[in-house]
Design a protein around this ligand. Sequence first.
Ligand SMILES: C[S@@+](CC[C@H](N)C(=O)[O-])C[C@H]1O[C@@H](n2cnc3c(N)ncnc32)[C@H](O)[C@@H]1O
Length: 267
Amino acid sequence: MNRVPVTKFNRHHNDQFNEFLKKLELQAIETAEERIPLYLRCGIKDADHILDVGCGSGIITRELALLTRGKVTAVDNSYDMIKVAKKFLKNVKNIHLQVGDGEKLPFEDNTFDIVTCNLVLMWSHQPQQIVKEMTRVTKTGGLVLASLEPDYGGKLHYPENQKIDPIFAGKAIQDKGGDPHIGRKLRCLFVQAGLNTEVGIGNNRIWSCEEDKAYYLHARDFYVKALENAGLNQKEIDEWEFSYLQSLDEGIQLNFFPQFYAIGKKP
Ligand SMILES: C[S@@+](CC[C@H](N)C(=O)[O-])C[C@H]1O[C@@H](n2cnc3c(N)ncnc32)[C@H](O)[C@@H]1O
């Protein structure tokens, strides 16, 4: 995700930023069941010092802090995100927040027991450099964890729509600067950083139609903009939306795309 500047002079950016914060919050709630088992598997409870790279608004940083007896440091390269996170986390004692670039982490080698990131590599221009840096600051024997990185190439969806499906199977993410196929690259990124690596798929549950509908309505702007950018006119968008919502209300719609994780042990 690129930096999203917020200034009091630019209302459009403010609105976009606030929308993005809401999306992060919903995403964190919806994916907690996938992430928390990974944190527990990595031994978060007894870790002394954890680093959260690309912490965003801090919603996941708070979760990490509540799961450990140790302390959590979190960095994001967006000053505005760190400002939001500081406000949000002001009452959580075991968290330290600072602006920092995942591609050049401002920490000594071998500092942390666990270094984690969630939905960051997908938006990074240099994911290999981030994983390399995450590895450098992890203690020998410590763990690097990328908890959720999707792969839209593995998207399953029914009923099908020949025109719309390819847009949501990666094109919309690509147009926003993300890598829709980051999931399949995790093993390579981790192994090339010198980690003893295990990869897997974190989401083994298909969302209900009610969950899909709530998510769609929350992120509707993103979907509609993606369709506009792909050249669809208003009538086509309205028709698609009508049939999509109808299939959700009828309870027949199925959506799935894999969310990969990687756990790497530093030898
Ligand atoms: C999709 S958000 C995820 C935020 C948070 N991890 C979560 O899951 O709620 C991606 C975050 O990564 C940050 N980010 C992107 N590239 C970064 C980099 N090179 N260094 C640090 N943070 C970065 C962005 O500013 C943004 O806050």
